[in-house]
Design a protein around this ligand. Structure first.
Ligand code: ZN
Length: 431
């Protein structure tokens, strides 16, 4: 089993490689890169004019199975991942039942091994049922294959419980990911608190709801020594606090979603529920701080928070509909547009934020090493065109749900070929 990818522009940020070269994958793993490689009997892909990168990793998705298969399944969500150029996704535990035990973790991994074209790594819950009280079976879930713990959209309000969870996670060796939101400050809000929320007459969510929890978690992370990751960072104060924590050498990382860099409250179409998500779209000044944080390295990763919701659920009044939008298929297009074509960061840095950086957050090593084109690493590769124009047709999405504000938007550059373990799992129509 050999696959030879020829003449592509190979960009591997972790190895400092950016050159026109060939890449060989053998027996599911990276064998090497070089000029004029030959491999008798290998399948050959000509990647002339294309970028050849390590397989993209999304550490924040919702696959909805088990329990919410009307919105998404492991099969459909991972097809959307492959179509977006992702080769590994980490799925949040807010399924039904909640992934708070080794049994649910195993169910997800076994189902994925049958139906998923990409690698699926479950994230276990912090507390039983994500109810915020009693710790979930963190050690058992990690032993079954959970790569991190989080209660995501139902964040742990009790600081004592969070401290205990961090102590256990440190011993088990998994990072803690928090959706930082003080639910008491949010108090049923629908959008960011600003002049636009007043004008639209929608219930406000203040930036402080995120800021106070980022502050708490950084303090608890320092106290416990756990690896701590801030999910979908969205405010200027959060970015400043994470930057400060990093300056002090704490093992704290963060991610931003494509929609939080592409959209602010001024872009919201009145009462269009595709603009309702948590954290909410913030103000232009927050986006400026986030973009500066991306450029400075305060923000490590891009993660989609792909959150499919079925039509009937999502397309109702703004106040009633659930939070979240799909994101796997538009992540690369948005990131190229907002970060690279704008000149804010290099193409290599964007690739790092979607490959080696998320791999560092999760700490994959040995047999599980990924996120770079180094010999012995998993043979996962994303081949993309950095410039070709294409339009996102949400009605043709591989996801089971259609809740995206980016339908009809044209991007410059996007995925062409997705390769997992040396096997092609997705190819752009027409290529
Ligand atoms: Zn979240």
């Amino acid at each position: 089993m050999k696959l030879l990818i020829k003449n592509g522009r190979i960009i591997c940020p972790a190895s400092g490689l950016d050159a026109i070269a060939d890449l060989l994958i053998e027996d599911g793993r990276i064998a090497g890169t070089g000029q004029d490689l030959s491999a008798p009997g290998a399948d050959v892909i000509d990647a002339s004019g294309l970028v050849v990168a390590p397989g993209f990793i999304d550490i924040h998705v919702h696959l909805r199975e088990p329990g919410f298969e009307h919105a998404e399944t492991i099969a459909t969500g991972t097809r959307a991942a492959a179509a977006g150029g992702f080769t590994t996704v980490c799925c949040m535990p807010n399924t039904k039942p909640v992934n708070d035990s080794g049994m649910v973790t195993t169910y997800i991994i076994e189902t994925a091994s049958r139906v998923s074209p990409v690698r699926v790594c479950p994230i276990g819950a912090i507390t039983k049922g994500s109810e915020g009280e009693e710790l979930a079976s963190i050690g058992t879930m990690a032993a079954a294959g959970a790569v991190a713990i989080s209660d995501d959209g139902r964040p742990v309000m009790n600081s004592r419980v969070m401290r205990r969870a961090m102590e256990v996670a440190r011993e088990v060796g998994v990072p803690v990911i928090d959706h930082c939101e003080d639910l008491n400050l949010t108090a049923g809000g629908d959008m960011h608190e600003c002049v636009d929320s007043v004008n639209l007459g929608l219930r406000p969510i203040p930036s402080a709801a995120e800021d106070v929890m980022v502050a708490r978690d950084i303090i608890l992370a320092e106290m416990t020594g756990v690896r701590f990751h801030v999910a979908h960072i969205s405010t200027k104060n959060s970015v400043a606090m994470v930057a400060y924590a990093k300056q002090r050498g704490l093992p704290i990382t963060s991610e931003v979603t494509p929609h939080h860099i592409a959209l602010h409250t001024g872009h919201m179409k009145p009462y269009d529920s595709n603009y309702k998500m948590k954290p909410p779209l913030r103000c232009a000044t927050d986006i400026d701080a986030i973009l500066a944080g991306v450029a400075s390295g305060a923000i490590d990763c891009i993660a989609t928070d792909h959150a499919p919701h079925a039509g009937d659920d999502k397309f109702q009044e703004f106040e009633k509909c659930p939070f979240g939008i799909t994101g796997l298929e538009t992540a690369m297009g948005i990131s190229l547009e907002v970060l690279v074509h704008s000149g804010r960061i290099s193409l290599a840095r964007m690739i790092a934020m979607m490959t080696s950086e998320p791999a560092r957050v999760m700490g994959w090593k040995g047999e599980q090493a990924r996120g770079a084109l180094k010999p012995g690493y998993l043979g996962d590769v994303t081949i993309f065109h950095p410039e070709y124009p294409w339009t996102f047709d949400v009605s043709k999405s591989q996801s089971k749900s259609r809740n995206s504000p980016f339908g009809g938007r044209t991007f410059q550059g996007g995925p062409i070929l997705t390769i997992v373990g040396g096997t092609e799992v997705w190819r752009a129509p027409g290529y």
